[in-house]
Design a protein around this ligand. Structure first.
Ligand SMILES: Nc1ncnc2c1ncn2[C@@H]1O[C@H](COP(=O)(O)OP(=O)(O)OP(=O)(O)O)[C@@H](O)[C@H]1O
Length: 644
């Protein structure tokens, strides 16, 4: 069923055939796939009732014990596609004692370790099955790794580098791995090699027994995936589904509308201000930049206009990063500026070495986390719009960035600001998306229709004035200040997470986590309330402020006159466009709350106001109408002045 080799034949026919088959398969349930009732109950507690296409295809094959290579779009549910059969197999094996874990899940970043660990733990918790899952990361001291592996756990979620360290330090005995390992999963396989894990994987592979089942999950196909496939798998089943896409135009989920705006590099701050301040894009918004300084520049700039945002980058401590993701996912703030320079880890290391040779270590105060990855595979919840303030350096980077919206088939949009210097990469992205200059049919990535030149120009003076104030010194100070705050936060969070390891990163537990914090916090404040009545409010606000991630960093208080856009600056077209965005949001909320099998049929350009509205056209029409009715308008104004 649905396993398609790289066959030839007419592409349209094949697509149609697969769509028909897809419609029949949409009715297949988790029960019919043979998923354990306990897991089905656990899924229903997460409001997941129907399998996604990749889950429909992969689960039976994995249950059968096949090696599988599965490529599926970002946000298509690959994690459960392997977690469900993996847990089911372990349910039947539970009770048989082993020396080492029987399952390794290897991912490229620490953030992903946390995410996969949380998903597996929460499923187990709902199923009430006694299986142990642990996560190991390179930052853990060796004794902690030994403690985590004592038992031993059934599942280890880790990075290849960390497993290789465990083996070289003797924390994991290679002979035991050979005896016990029965399932090896490489998630985000397209990224593992580019993150520089080739040697670590090569160190592990000789100890993986031949009978061990191996799975390889990825969002994009690349030569790296091919290389891994050859390195790790034995005669695997290759999953290429209609949903996954045979061609380049299927790479980005169809439920994500992609737009672009042409502007100079200098005008990027002005354009993002216009998009946010004039409410032309929907919240929550994830904004990508290519450097940490640019992230802080944008944050300081937006602050002056009353727009608070969080910042996420490799320099921040791990606990803070995880907490920032959690707060953003929980909806505690709407704008997150993420630094992801889109280069592979190998390239970054090369660059860092180059910098190191030019500056003393003392000067290089930033301590980048080599296992950091904000974009790749992270399941951001309910991000409606992804903005590329800086364009990524590669088309694969673009796919992963855009994949942070439209997850689980919920509607999303992306807006890329393209400067003349970024034309080359933009052309490469368009080519990857299958947008051909000579094609008349609708393109995957279209000009953003809601922003007029007038609207942008109306904000220019204010934007340029504020941008001038965001100096290099201000950025440096803000960056250092944020780091100081987050190191302080991180210590507090560390203590908390040591006591409650599952609280972080687990959306089901987030309420509980907030409760723990709040409960402690309330007790703490009640004692103080009795003793220092008058100091209570000051203390309470200081504490909550410390753990907030979107707090102001600017030394200069935001000016109240910049908070609101005066009515006279808003032209009727922009007002209408902003109304359209709100309408569109309401319409789409009704459309797709969760993955719905019939989704593709209901979603179309004709129903989508964003696709049918053109600000420039409206503006021209409006101008024409005003020109035609010039007499009437002037006449009305005159009457109004006279108070008639
Ligand atoms: N059957 C389902 N029905 C509804 N939602 C689902 C289903 N399966 C998974 N999800 C949700 O879809 C979201 C995306 O899933 P997941 O993170 O596994 O995607 P992915 O394919 O691994 O994406 P990426 O390639 O970006 O890592 C998650 O929030 C997950 O809870």
């Amino acid at each position: 069923m649905g396993v398609v080799a790289n066959g030839s034949g007419n592409r349209d026919d094949r697509k149609e055939e697969e769509e028909n088959r897809g419609e029949q398969e949409e009715e297949i349930s988790f029960e019919e796939l043979g998923v354990d009732p306990r897991l089905i109950r656990a899924l229903s507690k997460k409001s997941i009732t129907k399998p996604t296409p990749i889950q429909r295809e992969a689960i039976p094959l994995i249950l059968e014990g096949k090696d599988v290579v599965a490529r599926a779009k970002t946000g298509s549910g690959k994690t459960f596609a392997y977690l469900l059969p993996m847990l089911q197999k372990l349910f039947s094996e539970s009770g048989s004692r082993k020396n080492t874990p029987s399952t390794f899940i290897l991912v490229p970043t620490r953030e992903l370790c946390q995410q996969v660990y949380n998903e597996a733990s929460s499923l187990l918790e709902f199923c009430r099955v006694q299986l142990k899952v642990v996560q190991l990361t390179a930052s853990m001291p060796v004794p902690d790794m030994s403690t985590a592996l004592a038992g031993p756990p059934d599942i280890v979620v880790s990075t290849p580098a960390c497993i290789s360290t465990c083996m070289s330090k003797g924390v994991l005995r290679t002979s035991n791995v050979k005896d016990s390992l029965s399932l090896l999963i490489l998630d985000e396989a397209d990224l593992l090699l580019s993150y520089g894990y080739e040697d670590d994987l090569k160190a592990l592979i000789p100890h993986v027994p031949r009978r061990c089942q191996c799975l390889l999950m990825s969002a994009t196909s690349s030569s790296d995936v091919e290389k891994l496939k050859k390195l790790v798998l034995h005669n695997p089943v290759i999953l290429t589904l209609s949903e996954v896409g045979h061609s380049t135009d299927d790479i980005i989920p169809k439920n994500v509308q992609q737009f672009w705006i042409s502007c100079s590099a200098h005008d990027k701050l002005l354009y993002i201000l216009a998009l946010l301040k004039l409410e032309l894009i929907q919240k929550k918004v994830l904004i990508f930049v290519n450097s940490i300084d640019m992230g802080y520049r944008l944050k300081l700039f937006l602050e002056q206009f009353g727009i608070n945002s969080g910042v996420l980058n490799a320099e921040l401590p791990q606990n803070s990063r995880l907490h920032i993701l959690e707060e953003f996912n929980a909806g505690l703030f709407d704008y997150l500026i993420a630094t992801d320079d889109g280069r592979t880890k190998k390239e970054q290391t090369g660059r860092e070495n180059h910098i190191r040779s030019r500056y003393s270590k003392k000067k290089l105060r930033q301590n980048m986390d080599a296992e950091f990855g904000v974009v790749r595979g992270i399941d951001f919840k309910n991000v409606f719009t992804v903005v590329n303030l800086d364009m990524p350096h590669s088309s694969a980077g673009y796919v992963h960035r855009i994949g942070r919206t439209g997850r689980a088939y919920i509607t999303g949009a992306s807006v890329s600001l393209v400067s003349p210097e970024e034309e080359e990469i933009f052309e490469e992205i368009k080519l990857m998306l299958g947008d051909d200059e000579n094609q008349d049919s609708s393109k995957s990535i279209e000009p953003f229709p809601l922003l007029t030149k007038n609207a942008v120009e109306s904000l220019r003076y204010r934007a340029e004035d504020v941008a001038k104030g965001v100096t290099k010194v201000a950025i440096r100070e803000a960056r250092a200040q944020d780091l100081r705050n987050e190191i302080l936060n991180s210590e507090k969070l560390k203590a908390h997470f040591e006591d409650n390891p599952r609280d972080l990163g687990n959306k089901e537990n987030f309420g509980r986590y907030s409760f723990h914090l709040d409960f402690n916090f309330i007790c703490f404040c009640m004692i103080f309330w009795e003793q220092f009545n008058s100091q209570y409010i000051i203390l309470a606000s200081a504490m909550t402020d410390l753990l907030k991630h979107d707090k102001l960093l600017s030394k200069k208080a935001p000016s109240s006159h910049l908070r609101d856009v005066p009515e006279y600056l808003l032209d009727p077209t922009t007002k209408e466009a902003s109304k359209i965005v709100k309408l569109s949001r309401a319409a789409m909320k009704i459309d797709t709350k969760r993955w719905r099998p019939g989704f593709k049929k209901g979603f179309g350009r004709s129903r989508d106001p964003l696709k049918t509205f053109s600000a420039e056209e409206k503006s021209r029409k409006g101008q024409k109408r005003r020109e035609d009715n010039g007499e009437v308008i002037r006449h009305k104004k005159k009457k109004a002045k006279q108070g008639i």
